[in-house]
Design a protein. Sequence first.
Length: 332
Amino acid sequence: MYGAVVAVKDLSLSVRRGEFLTILGPSGSGKTTALMLLAGFEAPSKGDILISGKSVAAVPSYRRDQGIVFQSYALFPHLTVRRNLEFPLEMRGIKVGEREKRVDRILDRVHLRELGGRMPSQLSGGQQQRVALARALIADPPILLLDEPLGALDRNLREQMQGEIKSLHKEFRKTTICVTHDQEEALTLSDRIIVMRAGRIEQTDTPEALYDQPATRFVANFLGEANILENLNCEVESDAAQPSGTVAMIRPERMCIAAQAAPKRADADRRQSVIGTVDDMVYAGPLRRYNVRMGESLLIVRQHVVSGEQIFRPGDEVRLDWLRSDIRFVAA
């Protein structure tokens, strides 16, 4: 709690050994507070934190055997890369010879062997991130905590570092808990994802299950884009019965767009077709995104760009269709 504000409430979760677990949520959802509790920078107002069955709720952060990577990297600006990496080993009483061997090994692993003598200010953002990861791993902690680890990097560098983090996790098999608001990052890196909202867990599952089977409207909209099929001028058809208290949802990439008079698809008997009006078209490299007005709703369609395909413009009447089996029902 922060004064009268409850940042995290009724949070109960377990992390499997060697798992990459991501806590995902918007600003103010409680995800960073959850990580601070795990790191020992905050103490729970009630409840407990167990690591390997032992309570650590009252154990200070510097006594917990954990590696931590902060969004700002938190490298020592007055120390070289090598000295930044030696520091956690020195604090653990590792002898000089062994420290040097470990530093050499980890520098080789993160492809920074030639940069050991540089100061952090002389490194790029990606290089600083690799040093921060190496420093968190060098003492061989059983648990690795990542706080928005790629938030300070540009898109291309983020994608490169996602691959590097995934590779390091596969190699070292550290139990890793990552906090982020970046959905793509969570989907790419995680074995499981926890989606948080207003200090509580909204849903926990694998990336594939969360994206394909969101339990609530919030999860559907937060993890990617979602078309909530309500206020249409027709009834939504589905292969499954709609549970009470839910609304129909379909992902934009599951919808197909065609000219109103185009021939129907070969599997038309498994699809629902509707007519709408193009409100807008956005070209985004490999994809075109159409906003299509239907009834009181604006539906999103994502279509892969293919040479020679018909392009629709605002005002065009189009036919949308989708497989009835692709409809999902989420709690309203």
